[in-house]
Design a protein around this ligand. Structure first.
Ligand code: RRO
Length: 304
């Protein structure tokens, strides 16, 4: 069940999403010691950030809502961590989310000399007040990619927000193909959702009046649609993320065209044990179907 992205081989296609439980060195080592097939860091900025006021994450019956606000230790700490994390002998993906183009260029220049295998540029954080999601501004996406692709010496992919319109898929794909991005990860949380507690008559998280990124089961069909569309339109591999909770969900994402998948909400709720559970469920499901490699069914969604 190996998979390859930008010449980097993953023992199996299931690993963590940037965000949950990947901020501290201890958390990253715990991912390294788990059955996750790679280690993805929390998105990093130029300087460390405390993030938004708490409560800023809430698990809810069908998923999660968060407005973490990019809490992280700053890029230098994650670049240092890559030297130690290398001992786990699995791919390391540095998630980069500078607050300006200049910051992204600084971080990516430094990352060139790190032990990260891949860089995932986050164009889709929905939770920093006053900073719109770059991925919804196609001109800015084009400008950012033109600049960072010139600098990056490691394979650089992008993490996208969800899109909902066929014309938008085509416009974004054209830009990503033009810049030869190494891979695309989709989708980030669905931005600026509102979850209300009717008993308390309050939102469940504090920042931004309760507005935050929606994850988990709520977003799986949207994530599958984005994976499907982008895998048809792009020249590079797609990593799927959004609402995976069981092995059969992984199967669906690969059937839609994903080369690999990431776990967000389920990892936050269940901890590192989710990687082994979901990997086993996925492999059992494939065995039942008679498939022995992901190439047997990747992208082969049938039509009605
Ligand atoms: O830290 C966050 O608030 C956050 C980020 Br950077 C992101 O990309 N997606 C998300 O749901 N939360």
């Amino acid at each position: 069940m190996q998979t390859t992205i930008a010449s980097v081989t993953f023992e199996h296609p299931i690993f963590n999403a940037a965000g949950p439980l990947c901020v501290t060195t201890e958390e990253l080592n715990a991912i390294g010691n788990s059955s996750s097939s790679a280690i993805v860091t929390k998105s990093c900025t130029r300087t460390s950030r405390d993030g938004n006021p708490e409560p800023r994450y809430r698990g809810v019956p069908l998923g999660s809502i968060n407005s973490m606000g990019l809490p992280n230790r700053g890029y230098k700490a994650y670049i240092n961590d890559t030297r130690v994390l290398k001992e786990h002998k699995k791919p390391i993906i540095l998630s980069v989310s500078g607050l300006s183009l200049e910051d992204n260029c600084t971080i990516i220049t430094a990352a060139n000399a790190s032990d990260a295998d891949l860089l995932e540029l986050n164009l889709s954080c929905p939770n920093v007040p006053g900073k719109p999601q770059v991925g919804y501004d196609f001109e800015q996406t084009d400008t950012v990619l033109a600049a960072v692709m010139k600098i990056a010496k490691k394979p650089l992919g992008v993490k996208l927000p969800p899109y909902f319109d066929f014309v938008h898929f085509e416009q974004v794909a054209k830009i990503l193909n033009k810049h030869n991005v190494a891979f695309v990860t989709c989708i980030n949380s669905i931005g600026n959702a509102l979850y209300i507690d009717p008993v308390l008559e309050e939102p469940v998280i504090k920042p931004k009046g309760g507005f935050g990124g929606l994850g988990g089961q709520y977003i799986k069909p949207t994530a599958l649609a984005n994976v499907r569309k982008f895998s048809e339109l792009l020249d590079c591999p797609v990593i799927g993320v959004g609402g995976i909770e069981k092995g059969v969900d992984v199967f669906e994402f690969i059937l839609a065209g994903a080369h690999a998948v990431q776990l967000g909400t389920v990892f936050m709720e269940e901890g590192v044990g989710c990687f082994e559970r979901i990997r086993k469920e996925f492999e059992d499901y494939c065995a039942k179907k008679g498939y022995t490699s992901v190439e047997d069914f990747r992208g082969k969604l049938k039509t009605l």
